[in-house]
Design a protein around this ligand. Structure first.
Ligand code: MN
Length: 254
């Protein structure tokens, strides 16, 4: 996919224009958002900032209510951003890295900041991706023929895939994520990670790969509307999956 490395600030403004931007930008969206933030605030030594939401907070209703979207992004995600910036204070070399690079290399960081970057860098990457992996119902497109073929090969059918991704989310005890990843050999796999870990984190997760789709199963992602009913949240979430973005990530993932 073509990623708008420059002008990044224009992309950020453009992303506010509407959901069409997501489909057009494809797999580079998260990187573009993260680096737009990076450039904007480098002078203050706050390399990462909260990305703009590419749709209104109420656009995912009824699957995800506006209040949950607001608190999830402006409180939880913002805290990950703030704590990541704090952890990187005084580490100019790390401040210049992309969020993907930080996640991939987190196991090699000094012990003093490893845990903070793992939790908060992971949180920033995971949530930046999560927002663009969703779109208002009816606007997320459908799985491409290529992605459908790969899913059928790996999981039997689209329905089986959906059931397995949801099952991985249900079986995640406590907090974490359920992911569809493309592994280095090109095959697809479903994995689950605890807390804010993700499949980019070398040495910390069992299976590495590029996240194509991920769903947040922390209680903060659904509790206001669904309370304890994680299964209902996961079922309704499929209505707001942005397949256009998943297709693009599948096509561009190495
Ligand atoms: Mn979350």
């Amino acid at each position: 996919m073509h990623e708008p490395r420059s002008p990044r600030r224009d992309f950020l403004k453009g992303s506010l224009a509407g959901i069409g931007a997501i489909a057009a930008l494809g797999g580079g969206t998260v990187r573009a958002i993260a680096q737009a933030s990076s450039q904007t605030n480098q002078e203050q030594h706050m390399p990462f900032t909260l990305p703009a939401l590419p749709y209104p907070e109420n656009a995912l209703e009824p699957s995800i209510d506006a209040l949950t979207m607001n608190i999830h992004r402006t409180k939880h995600h913002q805290a990950y951003v703030d704590n990541l910036n704090k952890a990187l204070e005084g580490h100019a070399d790390l401040q210049g890295k992309s969020i993907e690079e930080l996640c991939a290399g987190v196991a090699t960081l000094p012990d003093a900041i490893k845990g903070a970057v793992r939790n908060n860098g992971g949180g920033h990457y995971n949530h930046s991706l999560f927002w663009v992996l969703m779109a208002p119902k009816g606007q997320g497109g459908a799985p491409s023929a290529e992605l459908t073929a790969a899913i059928n090969k790996a999981f039997g059918s689209m329905d089986d895939f959906k059931a397995k991704l949801a099952d991985a989310g249900m079986k995640r005890f406590g907090s974490g994520w359920s992911w569809l990843i493309k592994k280095p050999d090109g095959s697809l796999e479903i994995v689950s990670t605890p807390n804010q870990d993700n499949p980019l984190m070398k040495g910390l997760v069992d299976t590495l790969g590029t996240p194509l789709l991920g769903v947040d199963v922390w209680e903060h992602a659904y509790y206001l509307k669904y309370q304890n009913r994680r299964a209902d949240y996961l079922k309704s979430w499929w209505d707001v999956v942005n397949w256009n973005e998943v297709n693009a990530r599948f096509a561009s993932a190495k």
